[in-house]
Design a protein around this ligand. Sequence first.
Ligand code: AMP
Length: 183
Amino acid sequence: MRLIFLGPPGAGKGTQAQRVSARLGIPHISTGDILREAVANQTPLGQKAKAYMDRGDLVPDELILGLVRERLEQEDAQQGWILDGFPRNLSQAKFLDELLAEIDQACDRAVNFTVPDEDIVQRLLARGRKDDKEETIRHRLTVYRQATAPLIEFYEQQSRLVSIDGSQEMNAVTEHLSQNLAA
Ligand code: AMP
C-alpha cells in the first residue's frame, strides 16, 4: 500500500500514519520528522531548513526533493509507504508523480484529513511543539491553504482522493481510515 496523507497541521496525520505503518508493516515517512532530526543534529540540511521551519514557512523544494527520492529508494520502502507531510505543494506533487513513474511505483490513495480551523489552533497549542506558537500556527494554516490545499483537487482529478473527518476522536478516525483503506 502506498499512501499520501494530506491535511492541515494538527489534523492527526502523524498519529494515524504511525498506526497504519505498524498495522501494515510499511514505513512512515514524515518530511517534518526528517527535517527536525536534521535541525537537532545541526546537519547542513538542518542549518538551511531551520529558519523556514521556525517561521512556519515551507522549506524550499530543492532541500526536500532529493531527500524524498533517496528515502523512497531505500530497501524498506519497496513494498509500500506512507508519506506524511509530502507533497506540500503542486511542484512537489508533480515531482513525486514523475519519480514514482520512473521507479515503477504509484500511490494508491491520497487521504485528506479534514479538521475545522478553530479545532486546529486549539490542538496545536495543546501539543506545544517549538513551531506551535499561535502566530506561527496561523501562518502555517495560511501556507497550508495557499500551497497545500490545491493538492486535494490534484488527487481528486487522479481519482485517488479519500476524505476522512479528522475532527473525530483519534480511535474513531483510525477506525474510519481502516474501513476506507480496506474498501
Ligand atoms: P510537519 O511536521 O509536516 O508539520 O512539518 C514541519 C515543518 O517542516 C513545516 O512547517 C515546514 O517548514 C517543513 N516541512 C515539512 N515537510 C515539508 C515539505 N514537504 N516541503 C517543505 N517544507 C516542509
